[in-house]
Ligand binder design. Structure first.
Ligand code: HEC
Length: 440
């Protein structure tokens, strides 16, 4: 069965260097230690390993607060100041709803949970001395294959200080003697201050590929409907390793396109980025080809100061006779979304179906936290996929479908196999063929 490859963060290398008498062992080759955590090592260890990629001193990836010092844990919880941060921590590391750390990262072990719980009861001071870092290390992956191909821009992109949102694309051409397959992909996110999300495509049409330059340049996000979708990165997304019977085809003359969405809300100058990917490829071709499709719709019209919901059904066509074997899903909306869910209704007879079963659900929706989560389900022709999105619009203009952050989307990106090969097929097809009902 498919699983996300384990994500290892460089921060895991930061461990307590406490000796028996409480003095700290020297940490060589690193900047001076700072001893302002005042936490026992049992607590520091858990936070370092599982939380501080995001809840660092300067919180990153949309995390609302730091989880570094004892004071941080005793400070009011941002979402409910009548509680302490540690109370929120205990609720979220246990909760079935939006657990921390977010999927697909590994949840806390029982021992790690126990360490946080026993500390919360008495909140003792500690003297764990560890290295503090101000910025999160980029996700440093561990694919258990050896990457043999790097996808990177010819030159870094520099984000204009005056622009808030920018879509940028670059192309990388790869020539190989024989057809190969990509079997593992690892995002290499570079500048976390401006990087919002990244999409990776393969473009088979030469003329279409030639429209994208090898140096990063502004591009139209919706152009990508003509491309083959391979993977998407958002804060926290780790490497993707395909199961042993599945690969993504790489023709002998392959054109990869990386599409980056930058957001420079603070209008900081001089921000450069060279985000790319590392691949593991093989010439031992695997029997099934993986692909990404999108359930959902473009039928979005959220009235000013109002709410809107849209529920779209797509019946799996006979072209998918081998079944749609789902490996992972990534629900996608923008900032006005309130909830998103993809479910399916198994066909039991000519006109009869089982009750809807959830494939992926994020309620409440959180724009800052967009993940690929593992899903294991096979859909067959006749089954119905139901994709529902709900929105709230606080502005005084109608919000429609579109690529800008101020516009909205309603997609359920889905990694599946085997790739559907009908001539009309593209990744957006299921979303464009859906039959939708709308409401408030
Ligand atoms: C990949 C990034 C990431 C990691 C790792 C992570 N968080 Fe978070 N955390 C977030 C984001 C983004 C939010 C805000 C959205 C939300 O509440 O889901 C958040 C919110 C929270 C909140 C809610 C704060 C509030 O105001 O209610 C708590 C509590 C929390 N995280 C605890 C933890 C703990 C404990 C860990 C480690 C065991 C952890 N997080 C790991 C990204 C992360």
């Amino acid at each position: 069965m498919f699983r996300f490859a384990a994500v290892l963060f460089a921060l895991a290398a930061l461990s307590c260097a406490q000796t028996k008498d409480g003095a700290s062992a020297p940490v060589t080759g690193l900047p001076a230690e700072v001893d302002d955590r005042a936490l026992p090592c049992a607590v520091t260890d858990v936070l370092d390993k599982k939380c501080r990629t995001c809840h660092e001193r300067k919180p990153a990836f949309g995390a609302p607060m730091a989880l570094v010092t004892r004071d941080d844990l005793l400070a009011p919880l941002p979402s409910d100041p009548t509680k302490r941060a540690i109370d929120g921590v205990l609720a979220r590391v246990h909760g079935a709803l939006k657990p921390m750390p977010p999927a697909p990262l590994e949840l806390l072990s029982d021992a790690e949970n126990a360490a946080l719980q026993s500390w919360a009861a008495a909140t003792p001071e500690g003297a764990c001395k560890t290295q503090l870092v101000d910025a999160p290390s980029p996700v440093s992956g561990s694919l258990d294959c050896t990457p043999d191909l790097t996808i990177a821009p010819a030159t870094p992109y520099e984000m204009p200080a005056t622009t808030t949102n920018q879509y940028v694309c670059y192309r990388v051409d790869v020539d190989s003697a024989e057809p190969r397959q990509v079997i593992g992909m690892e995002p290499l996110p570079d500048n976390h201050s401006i990087l919002h999300h990244v999409l990776l495509f393969r473009v088979d049409d030469e003329a279409e590929a030639a429209k994208v330059s090898t140096t990063p340049a502004r591009c139209d996000a919706m152009r990508s409907t003509f491309w083959t979708f391979m993977y998407g990165w958002g804060p926290g997304t780790g490497p993707m390793k395909l199961p042993p019977n599945v690969g993504i085809n790489q023709p002998t003359k392959a054109h990869y396109v990386v599409q980056l969405h930058y957001n420079n809300a603070q209008h900081v100058g001089g921000q450069r980025d060279a985000t790319g990917f590392k691949f593991c490829t093989t010439n031992q071709l695997r029997p099934f080809e993986a692909d990404v499709l999108a359930f959902g719709t473009e039928e979005i019209r959220v009235p000013a100061k109002g709410t809107y919901s849209v529920s779209c059904d797509w019946t799996i066509p006979d072209t998918a006779a081998d079944g749609i074997h789902i490996l992972a899903m990534n629900p996608h909306m923008h900032g006005g979304g309130t909830a998103i869910e993809t479910s399916f209704l198994r066909q039991t007879g000519e006109t009869t179906f089982d009750e809807p079963k959830t494939l992926a659900k994020i309620d409440p929706w959180n724009y800052q936290d967009q993940q690929w989560g593992p899903v294991s389900e096979v859909l067959h022709p006749g089954d119905v996929v139901r994709h529902r999105c709900a929105y709230k619009n606080d502005t005084s203009r109608t919000v429609n479908f579109g690529e800008n952050t101020e516009d909205e989307m309603c997609f359920g990106f889905t990694l599946y196999y085997p790739r559907i090969k009908a001539a009309y097929w593209n990744w957006a097809y299921p979303s464009l063929q859906s039959i939708c009902t709308t409401g408030r």
